[in-house]
Design a protein around this ligand. Structure first.
Ligand SMILES: Cc1cc2nc3c(=O)[nH]c(=O)nc-3n(C[C@H](O)[C@H](O)[C@H](O)COP(=O)(O)O)c2cc1C
Length: 521
């Protein structure tokens, strides 16, 4: 084959690949990403009822990058597991060709690392560009990316180059039709396979009507599939959902709240009673050893119309998988399944509970270990950190669940590097004031070797440095630094040998881009 001919063949193969990737998102009904709700049992049930693709809940890049990939022979799943043993993302063969991994990110390099970590276990990768919550926005993620088209472009372009699976993003409407179209086209030019469009503005609440006309207008002459989203208030079953999708003119539909309310919305034959859906869900949660806190949360959503029924009350009062199963009359299924799982675990010599030689690693970083100890003392940790069973009212301040803490590796403050410079706490205070956030809250803990480690809460999020400090003051500053780095407010590097730290303010709303560097003799 001559050079030109082989080039033509390669181009043809590439074109076929691109087309195949796009086809994955054409004429499809999908389960939309939903934090907490979008775990494995929900996704599998949606698929069994007829969904073509299912999105996982958004997982922030920092969090998944701390996980190891573990093949779990007991459940026949692939688990992405934190050093503490927490399963952050669990998937299995049944959904492998149909599950989309959604990440929260504000950084092309981290996005690529995440994509490479999960790409062999999923059917596609999605970037959340629609989340308007403070947690996302302040970290430069979610809907913040709609105002940073260059960064959004860099993230999507890096991803499409780096991985073989299709890459997509999920956005919201921008303030004008032109702005939405221009953003969508920019994303299209990165080579993404499709784009999800939630027909509300970043500022709009979920209860407000979706802007159908604006959606239709924005689709314009896009040549990649556009996935409509946001219509859950307007449909309750498959045929209504399909009709709504057709009104938008989009190629596919992504459903969140209507599915949360009744996962059988994907059934072409019509929806099933909530109780039947919840029972099927319970069986899957049991089979896949889903965390009890998450299972209870999902059941309460799935039973939203029967919360005052006997079943609803039993679910509300349950604290264990056994109690949840009993509420559905599934006690013998519980006994059989858990016995089989225990036997399989013994046979494979497999356990997610850390063995003795892994115990230090499994305890996680010093701050995670300390927080876990405190929760264990209270007996309030339920495995997925929702604290639903906890008696929050009895405490002055709720305990911090170690799983909720974002740990930042290089957040290490040395006082001598910051002489005559603004400290991280000063930068953080400017930041919270500028964005009208409550002042950051700090909690200091002492390790057994008498060093200090501190958490820093900003809004709903908690940050901590990986390493303890030798003084309380340095621990506080390191925690502030962790928050600033994680939220994309500053970039930071520290050269211990050279006794030098470099802190660069990235957020131009705070002050003109400044670099403060200090070196001490
Ligand atoms: C409980 C819940 C959690 C959500 N979590 C996410 C998420 O993790 N990522 C995301 O892109 N959107 C998330 N969303 C937004 C939905 O995916 C969707 O865009 C929105 O609910 C509008 O669609 P709907 O009308 O079908 O509900 C969430 C929505 C709900 C109700």
């Amino acid at each position: 084959m001559g050079d030109t001919e082989s080039k033509t063949t390669q181009e043809a193969v590439a074109a076929d690949n691109t087309e195949a990737k796009r086809m994955q998102y054409c004429g499809k009904m999908m389960l939309a990403p939903m934090v907490r709700m979008g775990t494995l049992p929900t996704r599998l049930l949606a698929l069994r009822y007829g969904a073509d693709l299912v999105y996982g809940e958004e997982i922030v890049d920092y969090k998944i990058l701390r996980c190891s990939r573990v093949e779990n022979p007991v459940l026949d799943t692939v688990d992405f597991v934190m050093p503490s043993g927490l399963v952050v993302f669990r998937t299995c063969k049944e959904e492998k060709d149909r599950v989309i991994f959604q990440m929260g990110t504000a950084d092309p390099q981290r996005a690529v690392e995440v994509a490479k970590l999960v790409e062999n276990d999923v059917a596609g990768i999605d970037v959340n560009m629609g989340c308007p919550k403070n947690f996302s926005i302040k970290g430069g993620m979610g809907a913040a990316l709609l105002r940073e088209p260059d960064l959004a472009y860099d993230i999507m372009a890096a991803l499409t180059k780096a991985v073989k699976v299709p890459v997509t993003c999920k956005i919201r409407l921008l303030p004008t039709r032109e702005a939405t179209m221009s953003f969508m086209k920019r994303m299209q030019s990165t080579g993404i396979a499709a784009i999800g469009l939630h027909g509300r503005l970043r500022e709009q609440r979920p209860r407000e009507p979706v802007q159908l006309d604006a959606m239709t207008a924005a689709i314009g002459d896009m040549h990649i599939p556009v996935i409509a989203n946001g219509g859950s208030l307007d449909f309750k079953n498959y045929s209504e959902a399909h009709a709504w999708m057709e009104k938008t003119g989009c190629d596919s539909l992504m459903i969140a709240r209507a599915a949360q309310n009744n996962l059988s919305v994907f059934r072409k034959e019509g929806t099933l009673p909530q109780v039947d859906v919840a029972r099927e869900y319970m069986l899957l949660a049991l089979q896949y050893d889903n965390a009890v806190g998450n299972t209870k949360y999902c059941l309460q959503k799935l039973l939203s119309k029967c919360l005052t029924s006997d079943l609803g009350k039993q679910v509300h009062g349950a604290h264990t998988m056994r109690q949840l199963c009993a509420a559905f009359g599934l006690t013998s299924e519980y006994e059989t399944t858990t016995r089989q799982q225990e036997e399989a675990a013994q046979r494979f010599g497999f356990t997610l509970t850390p063995s003795d030689d892994q115990i230090d690693e499994a305890k996680g970083t010093p701050i995670e270990a300390l927080l876990k100890e405190e929760m264990d003392k209270d007996g309030k940790s339920d495995g997925d950190g929702d604290g639903e069973c906890g008696d929050e009212g009895a405490r002055k301040r709720p305990k911090i669940d170690p799983h909720d803490v974002t740990i930042i590796d290089n957040a290490k403050y040395f006082r001598r590097h910051f002489k005559r410079c603004k400290t991280p706490r000063e930068h953080l205070s400017n930041y919270t004031t500028r964005y009208n956030l409550p002042a950051a809250e700090f909690e200091t803990h002492q390790t057994k070797d008498r060093r200090f480690v501190c958490t820093c809460r900003v809004g709903d999020s908690v940050y901590a440095p990986r390493d303890p400090s030798s003084s309380k003051k340095e621990a506080l500053q390191s925690a502030a630094l962790a928050a600033l780095i994680a939220r994309g407010v500053v970039s930071f590097s520290c050269d211990f040998e050279a006794r030098e730290s470099t802190l660069r303010v990235l957020d131009s709303n705070l002050e003109p881009k400044t670099t403060q560097q200090s070196a001490t003799a």
